[in-house]
Ligand binder design. Sequence first.
Ligand SMILES: [Zn+2]
Length: 298
Amino acid sequence: MFVRDALSGRTVAYSSSRSKRPHKPKTCPFCPGRERLTPPSSFELPATADSGGRGSVRMLGAEGLHSVSRWSVRVFPNAFPVAWGKAGRHEVIVETPRHAELFEDFSEAQLALLFEAFQDRFAALSRGKSVNYVLLFKNFGDKSGASIAHEHSQIVAFPFVPDAVAAEIGNTQALDADLKLPAVLENRFFKAVCPKASMFPYQVRVLAKEKKARLEDFSVEQGVALLALLQSVIRKVKTAQGVADYTLVWHAAPKGRRLRFHVDVLPRKSVWGGIELGAGVSVNYKMPREALRELRKA
Ligand SMILES: [Zn+2]
């Protein structure tokens, strides 16, 4: 249930099931062979020979040599969703079959599969009746709120356009200005910058150079270029802030609206306190120009 606070205008999502989430379970429910610990798959990509990457486990079975991992990317409904009802869908995207493999170490083949899964789920959730926005995000590390270490993203369908996205739609020219900032890193299709008003130390925004608005507007080549750039940015952020915790937020445009596609990398070392919560003002000890210099060197 969503409730809008008449006083602050902020939206609250009530979800009692969230309290039942396992915190760091001893047995990882996202590993291959443990599919029964989660709801049935809504989408799966089969394991391929070249998606093995590092640390792929193979064993000799009855039918000969086969991979223990039967899938390379697996998606299923979140057992503890924040959304519900006809419009609400909340899915978990397990990004790799290999428990300890970090996102920044994924092979290019795995990145292509992951992007295919992201595109499919974006399209699938967007098609839902009374769905007005689809948010893809990722939490990594304790400080981000992640309860399971195995690399995964989440995707949530909203029956309304969330406040943070609505605000950006009204200020799209600010994203054009961001694109003119000096690059931490860039490739043909995307540019990573330190936003002028960074909420967190070492915050990075990765923007599409072309005015594309939605995930389905990108080719697989462009998707891999985006994910590869994010791999480099995350490596740098982890080095610069000294802890691994981060949140990724993918901002695509709602249906029929314009918004330059971008992904915000939010390093999660700092904890928000009274000034952030009481005044809505982020306190950041790292100026973006210093963050830029350090991230380039990291
Ligand atoms: Zn696992």
